[in-house]
Design a protein around this ligand. Sequence first.
Ligand code: PLP
Length: 451
Amino acid sequence: HLPTAELQALDAAHHMHPFTTGADLAAKGARVITRAKGVYLTDSEGHEILDGMAGLWCVNIGYGREELAEVAARQIRELPYYNTFFQTTHVPAIALAAKIAELAPGDLNHVFFASGGSDANDTNIRMVRTYWDVKGKPGKKIIIGRKNGYHGSTVGATSLGGMSAMHAQGGLPIPDIHHINEPNWWAAGGETSPEDFGLACAQELEQAILEFGEDRVAAFIAEPVQGAGGVIIPPETYWPEIQRICDKYEILLIADEVICGFGRTGNWFGSQTMGIRPDIMTIAKGLSSGYQPIGGSVVSDEVAAVLDSVEFNHGYTYSGHPVAAAVALENLRIMEEEGVVEHVQTVAGPYLAEKWHALADHPLVGETKLIGMMGSLALSPNKEPHATFAAEAGTIGYICRERCFANNLVMRHVGDRMIISPPLVIAPEEIDILIERARKALDETYARAKD
Ligand code: PLP
């Protein structure tokens, strides 16, 4: 391929990147990733970079799996495309839907496919409103999400999410979507106990329902563990109270499992880890380990029965795409065969937890959080909750991310919070390398933060 500098110049000239300014691209050039194997990426300069983010929280079984390449090639030869509109179907979509129903908790037995998490969440908006229409309660339209939640980048999904910078672009949210606070004890200042704080955050849902009227609230949507918002693991009191409130007021519970699903929290689904019974789950990412774009809405017997009683006028050209479905199915087969969820539970998760929490001794680290294979570090000037650096919020986190990259480690930052979410198959000795590089990046960031 072309030399790196030429690739970067072409990239900056023609390729618009998500969540990046053109000026940054033109000034620094993007890192060009050329290959990947296991937990390592290789860039155009030959650096081997440990991917502590599994791409965008998705490459659960690691890179370079030949089996997936073979299944994709076979499926492209056999049936590269057909749709699932009206009354046609095909074997990969049938088999994948049945497999998801088998793995999903409770009676979440029905799948409506999308190409990713955003469009699956858009499906959910239409599903819950249609559900209540058909049930004779057309007033139930409001969906409540959470501040700093992330549900994707389409108009609907951005509205469900609670990222104010995203709302500001495009005049969002759309009507009848509201947000309550996230259960982020550290950011809120840590003044009450985490348990009391978790309960109070959950009770904001009840207050909102009482304010709007239960006859107007259709659903509550949240990630079992908030991912893009900073890996915010809620206090133990939070989810049981949310479940109680949803049950009491007949509010559909949508668990956005796009990150948490498929092993990330140490169970197949984050809902199982949190002990909740969603009516709808959003899935994507780990469903195919990112090898193909595919997502979906997994709904309960009851929700499916109501929606199936009418023609649901909704669908995507690529709903249940045969190549994506075949690859996802193979990914799930490998996960089962290799016991990837058990690996998270008994090997990689506990090992990472020990090493990750040991970073708390670093002078720059306040809170350390980890569940399964997703974790965060709150960077802090004095190790106190809610403390902020003199520099603008996010500056120290950005420096730390850059130092990670310079040390051949991908970690993400959300403001001044560092995040990891490595491939689930990571081995203990690779975790050692991850931690060693993270510590080095923290040391270098600390030296800069003191200046
Ligand atoms: N929901 C959650 C919880 C996510 O983290 C994401 C992406 O990061 C999405 C939805 C959007 O998924 P996609 O980018 O596949 O549209």
